[in-house]
Design a binder for this molecule. Structure first.
Ligand code: FAD
Length: 332
């Protein structure tokens, strides 16, 4: 591990200022469950680590007229327990599926959203594009956990965030602060992620000196139901092979609006307009849920060892839809 300065700001503007020194060669530390490993492996080698855990304004969950503001430092346990988040059932389902009390008590929502990919080539120092001598190691090598959608470009890792699909399905936005001390913007989470085209690009729109301070969720309507379905190999701590989250607005048994988002299948959380438009204006049946799953993976381009993920992703979409409609009074 390379030596670094350590800073512990108490205010957002102070955190942004500290992140902007050293030409932005700095890193944000939240729960540290992933960043510490990246530092130990020299995959992150910042001049300064900025520990944001004492920035009070980035903690807590509050209700405003247009929705809920969730501090980026909210832990997974808080996601599970907070009464204001109860209507967002899919979020609780994702938090619950972690099956690891250490991660649930110290991992944060901001840290999950900015979690670097688990691609083993990236984790072994070959960068996000996993290139060696101008060749993609993923294409010619071991790619069973890699992308099946959005993988025609140079990026073939899968986005690691477990909460992003559920949050995007709910129409969440993120408040980004920096690089100026008082600068901030609110961006739909759907547009936060990037599939990098070159080695010097990251996997989010965050520029050096910027960080997420809050996540915004629209106020839920009583007609809205949501669910997440993650396919995990282990009963304990594990990363999904594929996942799907849905949010349906159902009135008198008819889907008025739908959002379907897949996780762990592409370099970005994968919004499936095809699946959503198939559901709109319809009454959900198991056959329709199955058809929406098929539509969601219709454009899949699996790599040499991951065709199996297509079937898993298809089923995850179907089961997430059926799990969501289970919450409707009277079921289907
Ligand atoms: C041994 C181990 C195994 C794990 N295995 C799994 C697993 O199998 N499945 C699983 O789902 N999770 C796993 N995790 C949990 C994972 O680390 C979580 O996703 C956690 O929520 C990350 O949150 P954190 O606050 O600890 O992030 P940190 O480690 O503090 O940060 C993660 C990344 O996000 C950046 N960051 C953090 N907060 C912000 C912010 N507000 N704005 C901008 N950037 C930010 C950091 O710079 C860093 O790059 C594991 C953790 C450990 C220690």
């Amino acid at each position: 591990m390379k030596n670094f300065e350590f800073a512990s700001p108490r205010a957002e503007s102070e955190a942004v200022g500290l992140l902007n020194d050293h030409g932005g060669r700095t890193a944000v530390l939240a729960g540290g469950t992933d960043l510490i490993g990246l530092l130990q492996a020299d995959l992150a080698a910042p001049e300064r680590v900025v520990d944001i855990r004492n920035v009070k304004s980035m903690t807590g969950i509050r209700e405003e007229s247009d929705g809920i503001w969730v501090g980026a430092l909210t832990t997974l346990d808080e996601v599970l327990a907070h009464p204001l988040l109860k209507p967002y059932l899919s979020l609780g389902q994702v938090a619950d599926a972690h099956h690891a009390i250490q991660i649930q008590s110290s991992g944060t929502l901001g840290g999950d959203l900015c979690h670097m990919p688990n691609c083993w080539y990236y984790r072994n120092g070959y960068g996000l594009l996993a290139m060696k001598d101008g060749e993609s190691l993923v294409e010619t090598g071991e790619n069973r956990y890699h992308a099946i959608l959005g993988n025609r470009g140079p990026a073939k890792f899968v986005n690691a965030s477990r909460f992003a699909p559920a949050l995007i399905a709910w129409g969440a936005k993120v408040r980004i602060i920096g690089p100026g001390p008082e600068e901030s913007e609110v961006v739909p989470l759907e547009y936060f992620y990037i599939s990098p085209k070159s080695a010097n690009q990251g996997n989010t729109i965050l520029k050096p000196g910027q960080l997420i301070s809050h996540i915004w969720l629209p106020a839920p309507k009583p007609t809205m139901v949501s669910a997440a379905y993650e396919v995990l190999q282990l009963e304990g701590l594990d990363w999904p092979l594929a996942a799907a989250s849905v949010m349906l607005d159902v009135e008198a048994g008819i889907v008025r609006s739908a959002r379907v988002v897949l996780g762990h299948v592409a370099p970005v959380p994968w919004v499936s307009q095809e699946a959503a438009s198939m559901l709109r204006g319809q009454s959900i049946t198991p056959e329709l849920a199955q058809a929406a799953g098929t539509a969601a993976v219709a454009r899949a381009t699996p790599l040499s060892n991951n065709e199996y993920k297509v079937q898993i992703a298809r089923t995850a979409v179907k089961r997430a839809i059926l799990k969501a409609v289970d919450q409707l009074e009277g079921g289907l």
